[in-house]
Design a protein around this ligand. Structure first.
Ligand code: AMP
Length: 133
């Protein structure tokens, strides 16, 4: 079944478009964390980050950087969160690869809901050895 982003790319449902090329479409998120919250959407419907070829990810990040610069220069935001929810366990609702670019302001009261964990004695070295690329 087509995702909402495929329907947006195909023009079947409306969106506020900021940029488009052969590989990506940039739109405004309909429920922004902050106004101007943008989505850089792959036109190819890769379900998630893990499935996407690296060169396509590279292009998406280039465009996300342009969005970041535009948000800073036009809205005057102090920073941005650039994030990909990669899979349902990580909060991805729409299984069609997209990058969020969220304007942030000093003292805007927003926060991520992440709690922080601690490694047991010696455990960080074990994780380091297991995860070294
Ligand atoms: P994710 O949880 O990473 O899959 O994010 C999906 C995002 O798509 C959410 O932030 C939604 O607010 C946004 N969204 C859902 N439907 C639309 C739509 N029709 N137009 C624009 N953004 C949408």
């Amino acid at each position: 079944m087509a995702t909402v982003f495929e329907m947006i790319i195909n023009g079947e449902i409306p969106s506020t478009r900021l940029y488009e090329d052969d590989e990506v479409l940039v739109i405004l998120d309909i429920n922004p964390v902050e106004k101007g919250h943008s989505l850089v959407i792959s036109k190819t419907a890769y379900p998630d980050f893990t499935d996407c070829p690296a060169d396509r990810l590279g292009h998406m990040m280039e465009i996300a950087q342009k969005v970041d610069l535009k948000l800073r220069s036009t809205l005057g935001c102090d920073g941005t969160n650039i994030l990909i929810n990669n899979g349902p366990a990580a909060g991805q609702e729409i299984p069609h690869l997209h990058i969020h670019v969220i304007p942030r302001y000093k003292d805007d009261g927003q926060s991520f809901g992440f709690g922080k964990k601690k490694y047991d004695e010696g455990e960080i070295a074990q994780y380091g050895a297991r995860l070294a690329l």
